[in-house]
Design a protein around this ligand. Structure first.
Ligand SMILES: *[C@@H]1O[C@H](CO)[C@@H](O)[C@H](O)[C@H]1NC(C)=O
Ligand SMILES: *[C@@H]1O[C@H](CO)[C@@H](O)[C@H](O)[C@H]1NC(C)=O
Ligand SMILES: *[C@@H]1O[C@H](CO)[C@@H](O)[C@H](O)[C@H]1NC(C)=O
Ligand SMILES: *[C@@H]1O[C@H](CO)[C@@H](O)[C@H](O)[C@H]1NC(C)=O
Ligand SMILES: *[C@@H]1O[C@H](CO)[C@@H](O)[C@H](O)[C@H]1NC(C)=O
Ligand SMILES: *[C@@H]1O[C@H](CO)[C@@H](O)[C@H](O)[C@H]1NC(C)=O
Ligand SMILES: *[C@@H]1O[C@H](CO)[C@@H](O)[C@H](O)[C@H]1NC(C)=O
Length: 768
């Protein structure tokens, strides 16, 4: 008896130990290898070579292929595998292992605003004609696609380009007949995600989108025009993507729990071989050193293959240095607002009115008024009910009332569902100090509106001032053109870049608030499982929505100028961006003029970007010199570029080098008072063009440009200039020291003033 229990105990302990061992230490790692390493071996395939590393590392009786998640060769050389920490130690020291990074989870860059349908009037500028974007292929890395959406109809689409090597991967509720000449490819990548999170219904194990995000972004980039009846009575018209003539290839890398680097890398790896022209990534995390950032590494290889990589800047604004995806070979996109409002005003019992916004269709009529009911803000020391988290609202306090919920923590549409479930009849979403006046509106399951921070303070004071506070909501439909736009969206991530402040980021801003685009036909407009309404379009906000606008614009440019490099495409978008809004005054950020760290070069102007006059081009080798100038080590540079370079030699050969970037970030450190940059412009306009420079010097800085005139005899001709920034001391303003200042440098065509090639200038003084 005794001995038996001892044995049992022994087995139990062993079992627990094994369990613990795996639970604690098996993690996913991305292992980067020397690309030429295989040549000195006898392996007949990369896969076998990759497996040999795992084989050497793990215990001999285990099948190494069970540990391998992905084998990479185009976006990176190496593999993703599940390993323990002690195995890692061993693997690290094997020859040809360059670096090992733990897998990381990234996020989709929406603000979790699920809304509904209509039209985006800011896109109705008449600049695009059918056919724009033709012959280009946009690869969208996201949550998949709802292929039956009318936005992906292929009527009138040209044939699939012959160079296309992608596939339409079958899976749950998805097969090859779901692809067509618009949606030419679809794949899904599960291994990184599902090695960490269990599979969950209603997720589709296929390229089919169960969340709506990927359908929304893909159609924003290249959806075909869809004439819309006005559903729910709000904005109506034609919905279409930026590049309706472009083909779409979908790579599903994001699942219900986020997007894993190992899956993203696998998608980039195959997308490069499939033949995409543009990669659109509405996802990201935080700023990372470039050699540690999988997206930066994968997109370097993509760039070398001539692929433009467009990424969301992130939604962690307005905090300084919140911008992510900042590699200089990536286009980093912030978000702007449109001039379209959906007023839904709160009329309080004391006669006061509070401006709010909403898309809730009352009685399917957008111009309607709710009835007056009692108001309640359930907050007494309880943050859960203050934010209306699931299960937090006491039914006896809420039943029959209009409930105030603070923004934050959970999704806005979810708060509406929580109020409804507790018996509430209406909701007021109250911005907190973080959101101020930011107005991403939503579709809700009950009458609701969103008010700014100042209004929220007034509202709560009123509730506090009386025994029986009352209110009703008056819905005002769709109002266009009454507000100043574009403006910087409050959530849009801001520069300067944390990892590389010598490059000004974000690059540009594009529409990212209240964007209407395609939506899965089995989801309600809120995306909530409880929402039984069915729609073809919905509304979302985030830099996730801004990114595919620029991906579409890049497709238009590539279509018009097939030979341009990704750097030339980016230059065209940046140097033609607008810094004034539709009233002709400076673009705003809240109530201040927006700065270069808020909007980069400004707001995209697709029409002008198609014909920029001059471009700042960059060759892949220039990025290596740039990385050397940042002081990166040989192995760090190797991780990014897969090239074995000697920075000493490169720096000697490139004295005075600066990356030919379309913007300037000038950093005065300590006693340094003088900075010189050289730039090279290529004429992509007409022969015999003369350009003169116009400088708006940043406060506290003297700017000298040589030469002041550039005479281009031919198209394709390149000319260089130099610019010196000389600090005149720190500037005093009020009581504090200003350590940022900004200006611009613009080359203007002597005969045609429409050619204005503008670069923003950011100046930073840094004391140690
Ligand atoms: C794809 O699925 C649809 C619906 O299930 C079916 O009708 C069709 O035959 C399938 N096509 C192929 C090529 O398997
Ligand atoms: C409500 O009133 C009490 C006392 O009158 C005051 O202490 C409290 O700050 C008020 N709260 C709000 C939100 O105005
Ligand atoms: C969505 O689009 C399909 C195909 O165009 C159409 O048949 C359907 O009626 C639309 N659904 C709604 C809710 O408008
Ligand atoms: C890089 O090149 C040097 C010689 O140029 C060589 O000794 C070294 O092994 C190379 N390193 C890698 C990682 O290829
Ligand atoms: C410009 O240069 C590219 C290659 O560098 C060439 O293919 C193209 O034809 C040139 N265009 C003109 C107008 O000379
Ligand atoms: C002037 O420049 C614009 C581009 O900014 C171009 O579209 C237009 O054709 C040019 N006009 C002439 C006469 O060259
Ligand atoms: C900028 O100035 C502020 C206040 O003068 C100071 O707190 C901050 O550290 C400065 N930042 C840099 C980067 O020098």
């Amino acid at each position: 008896m005794e001995s038996k229990s001892k044995i049992q105990l022994f087995f139990l302990t062993l079992f627990l130990f094994t369990l613990t061992l795996h639970a604690e230490t098996l993690g996913t790692y991305i292992v980067q290898l020397h690309p030429h390493g295989i040549t000195s071996t006898s392996f007949t395939s990369r896969l076998k070579w990759h497996l040999s590393f795992i084989q050497q590392t793990i215990s001999s009786d285990e099948d190494p292929s069970l540990r391998l998640l992905y084998s990479y060769r185009s976006a990176m050389d190496g593999f993703a595998a599940q390993l323990t920490e002690s195995e890692l130690e061993y693997l690290k020291n094997l020859p040809d292992v360059i670096s090992i990074r733990p897998d990381r989870k990234l996020q989709l860059q929406t603000t979790y605003s699920y809304k509904f349908l209509g039209l985006n009037p800011a896109r109705e500028n008449g600049w695009y004609q059918s056919g724009f974007g033709r012959r280009t292929i946009i690869g969208v890395l996201d949550t998949g696609v709802w292929p039956e959406s009318p936005s992906f109809n292929d009527q009138g689409m040209p044939p699939i380009p012959k160079r296309w090597k992608g596939v339409c991967q079958a899976g749950k509720a998805f097969n090859s007949s779901n692809c067509n000449r618009k949606l030419i490819g679809a794949r899904y990548f599960t291994k990184g995600h599902f090695s960490v999170s269990p599979f969950r219904i209603p997720e589709y194990l296929s390229p089919r989108d169960s969340s709506g995000h990927g359908t929304h972004t893909a159609s924003t980039a290249a959806g075909v025009p869809v004439p819309l009846a006005s559903v729910f009575g709000y904005a109506s018209g034609v919905a279409r993507g930026m590049a309706p003539g472009a083909h779409i290839a979908v790579y599903k890398v994001c699942w219900f729990n986020g997007c894993y680097n190992s899956d993203i890398m696998a998608a980039m790896d195959v997308a490069i071989r499939d033949g995409v022209d543009i990669l659109s990534l509405s996802l990201g995390g935080y700023s990372l050193p470039l050699y540690d950032d999988s997206i930066a590494i994968g997109s370097y290889r993509a760039m070398e293959h001539g692929i433009s990589v467009i990424c969301a800047a992130g939604n962690n604004g307005p905090m300084e240095m919140s911008v992510a995806n900042e590699a200089p070979w990536i286009s980093t996109i912030g978000a702007s607002t449109l001039d379209r409002k959906f007023p839904a005003t709160v009329h309080m019992g004391n006669g006061q009115m509070l401006y709010g916004e909403s898309m809730y269709p009352l009685n399917h009529h957008p111009m309607s008024s709710g009835k007056e009911v009692e108001l309640v803000y359930v907050s007494e020391g309880d943050t859960e009910s203050q934010f209306c988290l699931r299960g937090s609202l006491p039914k006896d306090k809420v039943r029959g009332k209009m409930v105030v919920c603070d923004r934050g923590v959970n999704g806005r549409a979810e708060k509406g569902q929580v109020v409804k479930e507790a018996g509430g009849v209406a909701m007021i979403l109250a911005n907190t100090e973080i959101n101020l006046g930011e107005d991403s509106v939503d579709v809700h399951v009950l009458p609701a509106t969103l008010v700014g921070f100042d209004e929220a303070v007034t509202l709560k004071a009123y509730i506090n001032s009386t025994k029986r506070p009352l209110a009703r909501i008056e819905f005002g439909g769709t109002v266009i053109g009454k507000s100043r736009a574009p403006a910087v969206a409050r959530f849009s991530a801001r520069g300067p870049s944390y990892t590389n402040p010598s490059i000004l980021k974000p690059d540009v801003i594009a529409p990212g608030v209240n964007i209407i685009a395609a939506w899965p036909q089995n989801l309600g407009p809120t995306g909530l499982p409880e929402d039984a309404r069915r729609v073809n379009f919905s509304v979302m906000s985030g830099t996730s929505m801004a990114c595919p606008h620029v991906s579409g614009i890049a497709a238009l440019i590539r279509s018009a100028h097939p030979r341009w490099t990704p750097a030339a495409v980016k230059s065209a978008i940046m140097t033609t961006a607008e810094v004034t809004d539709h009233t002709g005054r400076p673009i705003l950020d809240e109530d201040q003029p927006a700065g270069v760290f808020d909007m980069g070069a400004g707001h995209v102007n697709p029409q002008r970007a198609l014909n920029p006059g001059l471009v700042y081009d960059i060759r892949p080798d220039d990025y290596i010199t740039h990385l050397c100038s940042l002081g990166y080590t040989k192995s760090e540079i190797f991780s990014i570029t897969h090239r074995n370079v000697s920075c000493n030699g490169i720096i000697k050969m490139n004295r005075g080098f600066s990356l030919n970037y379309p913007s300037f970030s000038v950093i005065f450190k300590d006693e340094v008072r003088r900075k010189m940059f050289s730039r090279r412009l290529t004429n992509v306009g007409s022969a015999n063009s003369i350009y003169s420079v116009e400088v708006k010097a940043p406060a506290g800085v003297k700017v000298i440009v040589k030469p002041k005139r550039l005479v281009f005899k031919q198209v394709n001709q390149s000319l260089s200039y130099r610019v010196w920034f000389i600090s005149r001391k720190k500037v005093k303003r009020g009581d504090g020291l200003v350590n940022h200042s900004e200006g611009s440098l613009t080359w203007v065509h002597s005969q045609n003033g429409s050619y204005r090639v503008r670069s923003p200038v950011a100046v930073t003084w840094k004391s140690k």
